[in-house]
Design a protein around this ligand. Sequence first.
Ligand code: URA
Length: 254
Amino acid sequence: MPHERIDKLIASQGTLTRSDARRLIKSGAVTVNGACVRDAGQKADPTTDQISVSGQPFLISKHIYLMLDKPAGIVSASRDPKRETVVDLVPAKFRRAGLFPAGRLDQDTTGFVLITDDGDFAHRILSPKKHISKTYLARLARPADDMLMDAFRAGVVLADGTRCMEAGLRILEGGEMPLAEVVLHEGKYHQIKRMFAALGNEVTALRRIKMGELSLDETLGPGGCRKITAEELALISQEQLEQDAGHTSQAGTP
Ligand code: URA
């Protein structure tokens, strides 16, 4: 990372605004290599300089990872000439160049969207070869039967003849309009809607609640967005690490 202004570096982590950072610097709370810095324009290199704020080491991460609870009606894209996108919903304090959603949800689907500027990470969690699970809640228009369970276990064949990978299915609420939990290990276009349609049912509402082992923070509420911590980030790729280590993943097993 090249040398950057110290106020810009501190504000780049999304917890403080640039003017908050400047105030903090003026107050004498910021040191670089042990020396107090009161000039917000002083430059530092976070890879080699030891920066601390209020006595605590200030660690700069190169990339940002955000969790957004996508409301219905918003498109999963970085920008769109007509419609509001998930990146438009990112609060100003987290904005930076190159943000994009790692994976798409349909416009009417709600829930967990991961927004980042880290292309390598997005590629890793989206690659069908890595089998990172995505968990959804689907409200169905018609009752569920055993045939649904068998078909999900065997791999649903879509109307166009495409065979899906084995997927998890659990009926959380039965009745006329059941609520199902679906666990996918791949991401085909409109996949869950097409899977149920191929089996004579219909999805009337869909929400993503989990990526890998990381659950959506339900306290965010529609449109809410926050940073994903390093520990949480590890939960997303945990399954893949287990598979790489030769363990059998239980994800997707009802
Ligand atoms: N499957 C769908 O049908 N839609 C989504 O948005 C995600 C998975």
